[in-house]
Design a protein around this ligand. Sequence first.
Ligand code: MG
Ligand code: MG
Length: 250
Amino acid sequence: MSIHRKSKHEINLMKQAGNIVALVHAAMKDAVKEGVTTKELDELAYKIIKANKADPTFLGYNGFPATICTSVNEQVVHGIPSNEVVLKNGDIISIDVGATFKGFVGDSAWTYPVGEISEEKKLLLKATEEALFAGLEHMKSNDKLENAAGAIEDVAKKYNLGIVRQYGGHGVGRVMHEDPFVFNYRTNNPLVLMHGMTIAIEPMLNLGGDDVIVLNDNWTVVTKDKKASGHFEHTVHVTDEGPEILTKLL
Ligand code: MG
Ligand code: MG
């Protein structure tokens, strides 16, 4: 495993990349509504990223055909934007955004409600966001990655939610996926965090069981029991003082 710790200059570039990702999310929050297609959301995200002199990190990544991942209801991650997917009242949609600015990547996902959603979906979103921030709290020098994983696991258990096992967080910066991998549950990982590490924390929690499958498009990950899934992600810089979230507005 090789972990790239970032210099002050590199962190500054990552903040700019993260700011562009945050701009896209600010626009998504307003744009997500009944009747909108996920393709329209994708086009809007592309325009914002390009207008800010950055590149959509996901577009072409291992052949991914779009700027953002749009995962509706039981879709967990990696949903492909489409003219055929029209948002309906009561849906939830995870939007995952990556932007590369001057060679550095910001990566952040958020799950948005469409109109009025059920009480259980509200709980799912609240709990998954809580799990994200519980994990982020441990992004501090000399803390352990395992403590972040455990904090996420504990929130999932508190709300009796499934935890997606096959996907998780990751180092991020010069490329989208760097070491270390971040499980969303305890694995006895001995890694001690050091300042300069930049990590994407991204819990994916389910209203049903843990199990997921990949659809025939070879991208879209869905829950096996078709119950809804939530996904929240921030890119964070580990510092001696604690977490510095890089994917928020400057
Ligand atoms: Mg992401
Ligand atoms: Mg990520």
